[in-house]
Design a protein around this ligand. Structure first.
Ligand code: F6P
Length: 453
């Protein structure tokens, strides 16, 4: 590419992860599920590039693995450690979730983050056509807009926050002011909940040059796909493997993170069994718990605690069908198998302490709208306000509260559970991913036009 020619992409999407991954045979494939399936339709409609971080020594992914251009922002090992494991995952992540006890700060982490932001802005500059829209995703790239304002004032820059945004915790950071400056550079910011939008407005105060163009627009999902899994014979067959022969099967799907409240959930199950409220034959939990961020000590500790708690429960309580009372699945499953796990569930335990959206709740609701299924949802999940009327809302940090909610669900008459399940599925299906993506872009372009006028 001639460095002096302007870029050709009218839309540039930026996230920490590229929407592709290496498979077992070291060849690149489209990443399963997630953001890529949501954005692909809008990316295919116009010349577009997706930028993400990639280890500096890695070969770049070949073009045409997906229906749009890919570009990598190289990250050195020290930047992985300082900017991403450090500043993003140990400073911003816990602060955004309002979990101040987990916040660690180090001036060199922030400096390293700044370098990555500047390099990312230069990478965008190379691919973006004049006047292009730039869609940033999450805190790993909060600082990019500030550099773009200087490098490419012609670009319209928007940010979607997939995480909660706890303004009070952000303001307490030593780098809090810098974060506020980063966010002020955005023409538009989208959040999962109205509470998060308000929180950002408070955080930015009157110094926001774009007049607080912040709006709640909860992310959607591919409802038709999850509806299809209801009758998919492979999903149906696989689901029987996960379902207990007796009693209720509860399910959970999480990345291992202290925000997800996994230990509280297991402790609640242990409490129900120990107190004799349920017998092992009456209750089983299948929990997908994929390890992540294992470069950060607290995550390694959490993984150890999780394994130990499940071992303790399974060592004490046995079922007559030979299945474990708590089955932890520790690897990333293909989406259809995730659907099978969820289809095996009579009850979803989605009980984060604090979480972005937690789309799993909408997926479970859709998949199991035809059965007397139930959802126990943490109040701190972005999805909670959407499904609260037909679900049991708990504080994800309250072990006894979770145990109580499970007991309530078990006691609820079947017709009542069926009616709630149907209503919850109908609500879930109103939240289409493609509508979300289109409305974000409409808002962004509108914000750009207003600023230019
Ligand atoms: O949705 C929040 C988020 O932090 C994303 O930005 C990120 O891709 C995902 O969770 C998983 O985190 P990680 O990439 O650190 O495993």
């Amino acid at each position: 590419m001639d460095e002096n020619l302007p870029g050709t992409s009218h839309l540039v999407v930026v996230s920490s992860r590229l929407p592709v991954e290496l498979d077992d045979r070291e060849s690149w494939r489209r990443a399963p599920g997630g953001l890529v399936s949501v954005l692909e339709p809008v990316l295919r409609d116009r010349p577009a590039t997706w930028l993400g971080f990639l280890e500096a020594h890695a070969d770049p992914p070949p073009e045409k693995v997906v229906g749009f251009e890919l570009a990598a922002v190289p990250i050195s090992p020290i930047e992985r450690k300082f900017a991403l494991d450090g500043y993003c995952n140990q400073t911003l992540w816990p602060a955004l979730h309002g979990l101040d006890d987990h916040v660690e700060e180090d001036a060199s982490w922030r400096r390293s983050y700044e370098f990555v932001q500047e390099r990312t802005a230069h990478a965008i500059d190379r691919v973006a056509a004049p006047g292009a829209a730039v869609w940033l995703h999450d805190y790993q790239v909060y600082g990019v807009g500030r550099h773009l304002a200087r490098l490419r004032p012609d670009l319209v820059v928007g940010l979607f926050c997939h995480t909660p945004v706890a303004a009070r915790s952000l303001a307490h950071l030593r780098s809090g002011r810098a974060v506020a400056e980063d966010l002020r550079a955005m023409h538009f910011i989208g959040t999962q909940t109205a509470e998060d939008a308000e929180s950002i407005r408070t955080f930015l105060g009157s110094g926001d040059p774009h007049g607080g163009r912040v709006r709640a627009m909860p992310v959607g999902f591919d409802g038709a796909r999850w509806l299809g899994y209801r009758t998919d014979p492979v999903v149906t067959a696989m689901a029987t493997r996960y379902r207990g022969a007796t009693g209720v099967t509860a399910v959970g799907v999480d990345r291992v993170d202290y925000t997800k409240g996994l230990l509280h959930k297991l402790n609640a199950v242990e409490y129900l069994l120990t107190s004799g409220t349920v017998t092992p034959d009456e209750f089983r939990l299948v929990q997908i718990a994929v390890p992540s961020r294992t470069g950060v000590p607290v995550y390694r500790y959490l993984n150890g605690q999780l394994e130990a708690t499940a071992r303790r429960i399974n060592g004490t309580f046995r079922r007559t069908d030979g299945k474990l009372v708590v089955e932890l699945i520790r690897r990333q499953l293909p989406q259809r198998e995730v659907a099978a796990v969820m289809r095996a569930g009579d009850l979803a335990l989605i009980t984060p302490v604090r979480d972005g959206m937690n789309l799993v709740a909408l997926e479970f609701a859709t998949l199991n709208g035809d059965r007397p299924s139930a959802v126990v949802i943490g109040a701190g999940a972005g999805v909670a306000p959407l499904i609260a009327p037909w679900s049991d809302v708990v504080d994800g940090g309250d072990v006894l509260g979770i145990a109580d909610a499970i007991r309530h669900v078990l006691d609820r008459p079947e017709p009542d559970r069926q009616q709630r399940a149907a209503a919850r599925a109908a609500e879930a299906l109103r939240h289409a991913a493609t509508d979300w993506a289109e409305s974000f872009l409409d808002e962004l372009l509108d914000a750009g036009a207003t600023t230019a006028a």
